[in-house]
Design a binder for this molecule. Structure first.
Ligand SMILES: *Cc1c(COP(=O)(O)O)cnc(C)c1O
Length: 380
Protein backbone atom coordinates (compact mmCIF):
# COMPACT_ATOMS: atom_id res chain seq x y z
CA UNK A 1 0.00 0.00 0.00
CA UNK A 2 1.66 3.15 -1.23
CA UNK A 3 -0.19 6.08 0.39
CA UNK A 4 1.66 8.36 2.83
CA UNK A 5 1.02 7.64 6.53
CA UNK A 6 -0.44 11.12 7.01
CA UNK A 7 -3.49 10.60 4.77
CA UNK A 8 -6.91 11.16 6.34
CA UNK A 9 -9.53 8.43 6.74
CA UNK A 10 -11.69 9.49 3.74
CA UNK A 11 -8.61 9.24 1.52
CA UNK A 12 -7.70 5.84 2.96
CA UNK A 13 -11.26 4.68 2.27
CA UNK A 14 -11.56 6.11 -1.25
CA UNK A 15 -8.33 4.44 -2.35
CA UNK A 16 -8.73 1.21 -0.32
CA UNK A 17 -5.49 2.12 1.46
CA UNK A 18 -3.73 2.83 -1.83
CA UNK A 19 -3.68 -0.79 -2.98
CA UNK A 20 -1.53 -1.57 -6.02
CA UNK A 21 -1.01 -4.99 -7.61
CA UNK A 22 2.58 -4.61 -8.79
CA UNK A 23 2.33 -7.67 -11.09
CA UNK A 24 -0.53 -6.18 -13.17
CA UNK A 25 -0.62 -2.48 -12.31
CA UNK A 26 -4.24 -2.88 -11.15
CA UNK A 27 -5.25 -0.65 -8.27
CA UNK A 28 -8.58 -2.36 -7.76
CA UNK A 29 -8.28 -4.98 -5.03
CA UNK A 30 -8.66 -8.58 -6.26
CA UNK A 31 -10.77 -11.31 -4.64
CA UNK A 32 -8.81 -14.21 -3.18
CA UNK A 33 -11.18 -17.19 -2.96
CA UNK A 34 -8.56 -19.67 -1.70
CA UNK A 35 -9.53 -21.82 1.27
CA UNK A 36 -6.01 -23.15 1.82
CA UNK A 37 -2.37 -22.10 1.47
CA UNK A 38 0.70 -24.03 0.46
CA UNK A 39 3.65 -25.07 2.57
CA UNK A 40 7.25 -24.97 1.33
CA UNK A 41 9.63 -27.96 1.01
CA UNK A 42 10.56 -27.34 4.65
CA UNK A 43 6.85 -27.81 5.56
CA UNK A 44 6.60 -24.18 6.70
CA UNK A 45 3.64 -22.06 5.55
CA UNK A 46 4.69 -19.81 2.68
CA UNK A 47 2.61 -16.81 3.79
CA UNK A 48 1.90 -17.62 7.43
CA UNK A 49 -1.71 -18.33 6.40
CA UNK A 50 -3.05 -21.82 6.96
CA UNK A 51 -6.77 -22.02 6.18
CA UNK A 52 -9.45 -19.46 5.33
CA UNK A 53 -11.63 -20.18 8.35
CA UNK A 54 -8.91 -18.13 10.06
CA UNK A 55 -7.13 -16.00 7.47
CA UNK A 56 -7.67 -14.71 3.96
CA UNK A 57 -6.08 -11.71 2.20
CA UNK A 58 -9.46 -10.34 1.10
CA UNK A 59 -10.73 -10.21 4.70
CA UNK A 60 -7.43 -8.69 5.76
CA UNK A 61 -7.71 -5.83 3.29
CA UNK A 62 -11.15 -4.82 4.62
CA UNK A 63 -9.86 -5.26 8.19
CA UNK A 64 -6.79 -3.10 7.64
CA UNK A 65 -8.92 -0.32 6.17
CA UNK A 66 -11.43 -0.45 9.03
CA UNK A 67 -8.64 -0.34 11.62
CA UNK A 68 -7.40 2.80 9.95
CA UNK A 69 -10.87 4.41 9.96
CA UNK A 70 -11.52 3.51 13.62
CA UNK A 71 -8.00 4.28 14.85
CA UNK A 72 -7.64 0.72 16.19
CA UNK A 73 -4.78 -1.79 16.29
CA UNK A 74 -6.62 -4.61 14.50
CA UNK A 75 -10.04 -5.59 13.15
CA UNK A 76 -11.85 -8.81 12.30
CA UNK A 77 -14.68 -9.25 9.80
CA UNK A 78 -17.49 -11.66 10.69
CA UNK A 79 -20.35 -13.35 8.86
CA UNK A 80 -22.87 -10.91 10.43
CA UNK A 81 -23.16 -8.14 12.97
CA UNK A 82 -24.65 -10.69 15.36
CA UNK A 83 -21.71 -13.07 15.00
CA UNK A 84 -19.34 -10.13 15.61
CA UNK A 85 -21.21 -8.99 18.73
CA UNK A 86 -21.65 -12.49 20.16
CA UNK A 87 -17.94 -13.28 19.60
CA UNK A 88 -17.11 -10.46 22.03
CA UNK A 89 -19.33 -12.01 24.74
CA UNK A 90 -18.14 -15.55 23.95
CA UNK A 91 -14.57 -14.39 24.58
CA UNK A 92 -15.57 -14.01 28.26
CA UNK A 93 -16.01 -16.88 30.72
CA UNK A 94 -19.07 -18.30 32.46
CA UNK A 95 -19.60 -16.40 35.72
CA UNK A 96 -18.34 -13.10 34.31
CA UNK A 97 -20.62 -10.13 34.91
CA UNK A 98 -21.49 -7.85 31.97
CA UNK A 99 -23.44 -4.61 31.86
CA UNK A 100 -25.58 -3.94 28.81
CA UNK A 101 -27.86 -1.01 27.96
CA UNK A 102 -31.63 -0.94 28.35
CA UNK A 103 -31.99 0.18 24.74
CA UNK A 104 -30.03 -2.33 22.67
CA UNK A 105 -30.40 -3.99 19.27
CA UNK A 106 -33.27 -6.40 19.96
CA UNK A 107 -31.76 -9.60 18.54
CA UNK A 108 -28.65 -9.11 20.68
CA UNK A 109 -30.84 -8.51 23.72
CA UNK A 110 -32.65 -11.79 22.99
CA UNK A 111 -29.35 -13.69 22.69
CA UNK A 112 -27.97 -12.17 25.89
CA UNK A 113 -31.07 -13.01 27.92
CA UNK A 114 -31.30 -16.49 26.37
CA UNK A 115 -28.15 -18.23 25.19
CA UNK A 116 -25.56 -16.11 27.00
CA UNK A 117 -27.42 -16.30 30.31
CA UNK A 118 -27.94 -20.08 29.96
CA UNK A 119 -24.21 -20.41 29.24
CA UNK A 120 -23.42 -18.63 32.52
CA UNK A 121 -22.79 -14.97 31.81
CA UNK A 122 -24.31 -12.69 34.46
CA UNK A 123 -26.06 -10.18 32.19
CA UNK A 124 -27.42 -7.02 33.81
CA UNK A 125 -29.06 -4.15 31.97
CA UNK A 126 -28.59 -0.60 33.19
CA UNK A 127 -29.47 2.92 32.07
CA UNK A 128 -26.25 3.83 30.24
CA UNK A 129 -27.35 7.45 29.79
CA UNK A 130 -26.52 8.02 33.48
CA UNK A 131 -22.83 7.28 34.29
CA UNK A 132 -23.65 7.35 38.03
CA UNK A 133 -26.05 4.41 37.57
CA UNK A 134 -23.37 2.53 35.66
CA UNK A 135 -20.82 3.28 38.40
CA UNK A 136 -23.29 1.89 40.96
CA UNK A 137 -23.89 -1.26 38.90
CA UNK A 138 -20.28 -2.31 38.16
CA UNK A 139 -18.86 -4.99 40.41
CA UNK A 140 -15.09 -4.46 40.58
CA UNK A 141 -13.28 -7.72 39.96
CA UNK A 142 -16.38 -9.40 38.49
CA UNK A 143 -17.58 -7.03 35.77
CA UNK A 144 -15.49 -7.87 32.73
CA UNK A 145 -17.33 -5.97 30.03
CA UNK A 146 -19.53 -2.93 29.65
CA UNK A 147 -21.40 -2.92 26.33
CA UNK A 148 -22.99 0.23 24.95
CA UNK A 149 -24.74 1.17 21.73
CA UNK A 150 -24.87 4.82 20.63
CA UNK A 151 -26.99 6.20 19.11
CA UNK A 152 -29.11 3.19 20.04
CA UNK A 153 -31.52 1.22 17.92
CA UNK A 154 -34.39 2.21 17.67
CA UNK A 155 -34.95 5.23 19.97
CA UNK A 156 -31.61 6.90 19.16
CA UNK A 157 -30.72 7.17 22.87
CA UNK A 158 -27.20 8.63 23.16
CA UNK A 159 -24.57 7.32 25.61
CA UNK A 160 -21.53 9.34 26.69
CA UNK A 161 -18.69 7.07 25.55
CA UNK A 162 -15.91 8.91 27.42
CA UNK A 163 -17.85 8.95 30.71
CA UNK A 164 -18.71 5.24 30.56
CA UNK A 165 -15.13 4.41 29.50
CA UNK A 166 -13.92 6.05 32.71
CA UNK A 167 -16.35 4.01 34.82
CA UNK A 168 -15.37 0.77 33.03
CA UNK A 169 -11.66 1.46 33.38
CA UNK A 170 -12.08 2.22 37.09
CA UNK A 171 -13.72 -1.19 37.58
CA UNK A 172 -11.14 -3.06 35.49
CA UNK A 173 -13.73 -3.85 32.81
CA UNK A 174 -13.48 -3.47 29.04
CA UNK A 175 -15.77 -1.09 27.17
CA UNK A 176 -17.25 -2.28 23.87
CA UNK A 177 -19.31 0.04 21.66
CA UNK A 178 -21.83 -0.96 19.00
CA UNK A 179 -21.13 1.97 16.69
CA UNK A 180 -23.35 0.81 13.81
CA UNK A 181 -25.51 3.97 13.80
CA UNK A 182 -22.62 6.41 14.38
CA UNK A 183 -20.21 4.92 11.81
CA UNK A 184 -16.50 5.82 11.91
CA UNK A 185 -17.42 8.92 9.92
CA UNK A 186 -19.07 10.55 12.95
CA UNK A 187 -17.52 8.78 15.96
CA UNK A 188 -14.18 7.14 16.65
CA UNK A 189 -15.05 5.37 19.89
CA UNK A 190 -11.48 4.21 20.56
CA UNK A 191 -10.26 7.80 20.76
CA UNK A 192 -12.99 8.37 23.38
CA UNK A 193 -11.76 5.46 25.52
CA UNK A 194 -13.47 2.35 24.11
CA UNK A 195 -11.50 -0.90 24.00
CA UNK A 196 -13.59 -2.59 21.31
CA UNK A 197 -15.81 -1.23 18.54
CA UNK A 198 -18.40 -3.39 16.81
CA UNK A 199 -20.35 -2.73 13.61
CA UNK A 200 -23.13 -4.42 11.79
CA UNK A 201 -21.27 -3.90 8.50
CA UNK A 202 -24.51 -4.97 6.83
CA UNK A 203 -25.57 -1.37 7.41
CA UNK A 204 -23.44 1.71 6.66
CA UNK A 205 -20.00 0.14 6.14
CA UNK A 206 -21.20 -1.90 3.17
CA UNK A 207 -24.04 0.53 2.53
CA UNK A 208 -25.86 -1.13 -0.35
CA UNK A 209 -28.23 -3.62 1.33
CA UNK A 210 -26.48 -6.53 -0.39
CA UNK A 211 -24.09 -8.05 2.17
CA UNK A 212 -24.62 -9.44 5.68
CA UNK A 213 -21.42 -8.74 7.63
CA UNK A 214 -20.06 -7.64 10.98
CA UNK A 215 -16.81 -6.30 12.38
CA UNK A 216 -14.95 -5.90 15.65
CA UNK A 217 -12.00 -3.52 16.03
CA UNK A 218 -9.68 -3.52 19.04
CA UNK A 219 -7.75 -0.67 20.65
CA UNK A 220 -4.85 -3.03 21.39
CA UNK A 221 -3.73 -6.59 20.84
CA UNK A 222 -3.91 -8.87 23.88
CA UNK A 223 -5.65 -11.84 25.43
CA UNK A 224 -9.24 -10.69 24.81
CA UNK A 225 -8.48 -9.95 21.17
CA UNK A 226 -6.85 -13.38 20.74
CA UNK A 227 -9.94 -15.00 22.24
CA UNK A 228 -12.28 -13.04 19.93
CA UNK A 229 -10.22 -14.12 16.89
CA UNK A 230 -10.22 -17.70 18.19
CA UNK A 231 -14.02 -17.69 18.51
CA UNK A 232 -14.21 -16.66 14.86
CA UNK A 233 -11.81 -19.29 13.57
CA UNK A 234 -13.21 -22.10 15.75
CA UNK A 235 -16.89 -21.35 15.14
CA UNK A 236 -16.25 -20.42 11.51
CA UNK A 237 -18.22 -17.18 11.70
CA UNK A 238 -15.96 -15.61 9.12
CA UNK A 239 -17.09 -13.58 6.14
CA UNK A 240 -16.70 -15.19 2.71
CA UNK A 241 -14.07 -13.60 0.46
CA UNK A 242 -16.69 -12.42 -2.07
CA UNK A 243 -18.64 -10.66 0.68
CA UNK A 244 -15.41 -9.22 2.10
CA UNK A 245 -14.62 -7.84 -1.34
CA UNK A 246 -18.07 -6.26 -1.64
CA UNK A 247 -17.68 -4.80 1.85
CA UNK A 248 -14.34 -3.24 0.91
CA UNK A 249 -15.89 -1.84 -2.25
CA UNK A 250 -18.77 -0.36 -0.23
CA UNK A 251 -16.41 1.20 2.31
CA UNK A 252 -14.70 3.21 -0.42
CA UNK A 253 -17.73 5.52 -0.64
CA UNK A 254 -18.54 5.49 3.10
CA UNK A 255 -17.65 9.12 3.77
CA UNK A 256 -19.70 10.67 0.98
CA UNK A 257 -22.68 8.38 1.62
CA UNK A 258 -22.85 9.02 5.34
CA UNK A 259 -22.28 12.77 4.98
CA UNK A 260 -25.22 13.02 2.56
CA UNK A 261 -27.45 10.72 4.63
CA UNK A 262 -26.76 12.70 7.82
CA UNK A 263 -27.43 16.04 6.13
CA UNK A 264 -30.75 14.71 4.78
CA UNK A 265 -31.72 13.17 8.14
CA UNK A 266 -31.07 16.51 9.86
CA UNK A 267 -33.18 18.33 7.30
CA UNK A 268 -36.03 15.81 7.46
CA UNK A 269 -36.02 15.88 11.29
CA UNK A 270 -36.19 19.68 11.37
CA UNK A 271 -38.95 19.68 8.78
CA UNK A 272 -41.10 17.18 10.70
CA UNK A 273 -40.58 18.50 14.23
CA UNK A 274 -43.71 20.29 15.32
CA UNK A 275 -45.89 18.88 12.50
CA UNK A 276 -49.45 18.40 13.88
CA UNK A 277 -49.46 14.70 12.87
CA UNK A 278 -46.19 14.01 14.70
CA UNK A 279 -45.89 13.19 18.40
CA UNK A 280 -42.08 13.41 18.45
CA UNK A 281 -39.04 13.25 16.21
CA UNK A 282 -36.17 11.31 17.77
CA UNK A 283 -32.91 12.50 16.22
CA UNK A 284 -29.64 13.34 18.02
CA UNK A 285 -29.12 16.37 15.78
CA UNK A 286 -32.25 18.14 17.11
CA UNK A 287 -31.60 20.61 19.95
CA UNK A 288 -34.79 19.37 21.61
CA UNK A 289 -33.46 15.79 21.79
CA UNK A 290 -32.42 14.58 25.26
CA UNK A 291 -29.01 13.30 24.12
CA UNK A 292 -28.17 16.25 21.87
CA UNK A 293 -25.45 17.81 24.05
CA UNK A 294 -23.57 14.52 24.47
CA UNK A 295 -24.01 13.70 20.78
CA UNK A 296 -22.66 17.13 19.82
CA UNK A 297 -19.56 16.42 21.93
CA UNK A 298 -18.78 12.95 20.61
CA UNK A 299 -20.13 12.99 17.03
CA UNK A 300 -18.30 15.00 14.39
CA UNK A 301 -19.65 16.27 11.10
CA UNK A 302 -23.25 15.16 11.64
CA UNK A 303 -25.55 12.97 13.69
CA UNK A 304 -26.12 10.01 11.38
CA UNK A 305 -28.72 8.91 8.88
CA UNK A 306 -31.14 7.29 11.36
CA UNK A 307 -34.16 8.93 12.95
CA UNK A 308 -37.36 7.70 14.52
CA UNK A 309 -40.75 9.27 14.14
CA UNK A 310 -43.54 8.88 16.66
CA UNK A 311 -46.81 9.69 14.92
CA UNK A 312 -50.20 10.55 16.36
CA UNK A 313 -52.75 7.74 16.60
CA UNK A 314 -50.72 4.92 18.21
CA UNK A 315 -49.95 1.71 16.34
CA UNK A 316 -52.95 2.02 13.95
CA UNK A 317 -51.89 5.59 13.07
CA UNK A 318 -48.30 4.48 12.50
CA UNK A 319 -49.30 1.55 10.28
CA UNK A 320 -51.74 3.66 8.27
CA UNK A 321 -49.02 6.29 7.79
CA UNK A 322 -46.44 3.88 6.38
CA UNK A 323 -49.10 2.31 4.17
CA UNK A 324 -49.46 5.67 2.41
CA UNK A 325 -45.71 6.15 1.71
CA UNK A 326 -44.75 5.95 -1.97
CA UNK A 327 -40.99 6.70 -2.01
CA UNK A 328 -39.75 5.24 1.30
CA UNK A 329 -39.52 1.45 1.20
CA UNK A 330 -41.24 -0.53 3.95
CA UNK A 331 -38.47 -2.92 5.04
CA UNK A 332 -36.23 -3.75 7.95
CA UNK A 333 -32.52 -2.91 8.08
CA UNK A 334 -30.78 0.39 7.51
CA UNK A 335 -27.75 2.17 6.13
CA UNK A 336 -28.40 1.46 2.45
CA UNK A 337 -28.68 3.92 -0.41
CA UNK A 338 -32.48 3.60 -0.46
CA UNK A 339 -34.60 5.03 2.36
CA UNK A 340 -36.30 2.44 4.56
CA UNK A 341 -39.04 2.73 7.14
CA UNK A 342 -40.12 0.14 9.66
CA UNK A 343 -42.72 -0.24 12.39
CA UNK A 344 -40.27 -1.60 14.95
CA UNK A 345 -42.77 -2.90 17.51
CA UNK A 346 -44.31 -5.26 14.89
CA UNK A 347 -40.89 -6.75 14.14
CA UNK A 348 -39.76 -7.02 17.76
CA UNK A 349 -42.93 -8.81 18.83
CA UNK A 350 -44.76 -8.93 22.17
CA UNK A 351 -41.53 -8.58 24.26
CA UNK A 352 -40.79 -5.25 22.58
CA UNK A 353 -40.24 -2.15 24.71
CA UNK A 354 -40.40 0.08 21.63
CA UNK A 355 -43.30 2.57 21.61
CA UNK A 356 -46.18 1.29 19.44
CA UNK A 357 -46.34 4.57 17.48
CA UNK A 358 -42.62 4.53 16.56
CA UNK A 359 -41.36 4.27 13.00
CA UNK A 360 -37.64 3.81 12.48
CA UNK A 361 -36.42 5.62 9.39
CA UNK A 362 -33.14 5.03 7.56
CA UNK A 363 -32.41 7.94 5.27
CA UNK A 364 -30.89 6.99 1.92
CA UNK A 365 -29.36 8.95 -0.93
CA UNK A 366 -32.53 10.09 -2.67
CA UNK A 367 -33.20 13.82 -3.12
CA UNK A 368 -34.31 14.82 0.41
CA UNK A 369 -37.16 16.88 -1.08
CA UNK A 370 -38.74 13.68 -2.43
CA UNK A 371 -38.40 12.05 0.98
CA UNK A 372 -39.94 15.03 2.79
CA UNK A 373 -42.80 15.43 0.31
CA UNK A 374 -43.59 11.73 0.62
CA UNK A 375 -43.74 11.90 4.43
CA UNK A 376 -45.86 15.06 4.35
CA UNK A 377 -48.41 13.57 1.94
CA UNK A 378 -48.61 10.41 4.08
CA UNK A 379 -49.13 12.45 7.28
CA UNK A 380 -51.86 14.61 5.74
C1 LIG B 1 -28.44 -4.72 12.43
C2 LIG B 1 -27.78 -4.45 13.73
C3 LIG B 1 -27.05 -5.44 14.40
C4 LIG B 1 -26.98 -6.87 13.88
O1 LIG B 1 -26.28 -6.95 12.69
P1 LIG B 1 -26.56 -8.08 11.55
O2 LIG B 1 -25.56 -7.72 10.51
O3 LIG B 1 -27.99 -7.93 11.14
O4 LIG B 1 -26.30 -9.39 12.19
C5 LIG B 1 -26.42 -5.11 15.58
N1 LIG B 1 -26.48 -3.85 16.09
C6 LIG B 1 -27.17 -2.87 15.48
C7 LIG B 1 -27.23 -1.52 16.08
C8 LIG B 1 -27.85 -3.14 14.29
O5 LIG B 1 -28.56 -2.16 13.68
Amino acid sequence: MSLPESIRPPTAAAQALGFLDTATGAFIPPIQPATTYERGTDNQLLSGRLYSRADNPTYEHAELLLSRLEGGAASAVFSSGMSAATAVFMALRPGDHVLVPQVIYWALRGWLLGWATDWGLAVESVDMTDPAKVAAAVRPGRTRLVWIETPANPTLVVTDIAAIAEVARGAGALLAVDSTFATPVHTQAISLGADLVMHSATKYLNGHSDVIAGTVTTRAPGETWDRIKRVRSQVGSVLGPFEAWLLLRGMRTLYVRVAAQSASAQRISEELEGHPGVEAVLYPGLRSFAGHAVAARQMRGGFGGMLSLRVKGGAPGALAFIGRLRVWKRATSLGGVESLVEHRASVEGPQSRTPADLLRMSVGLEDPRDLIEDVLQALA
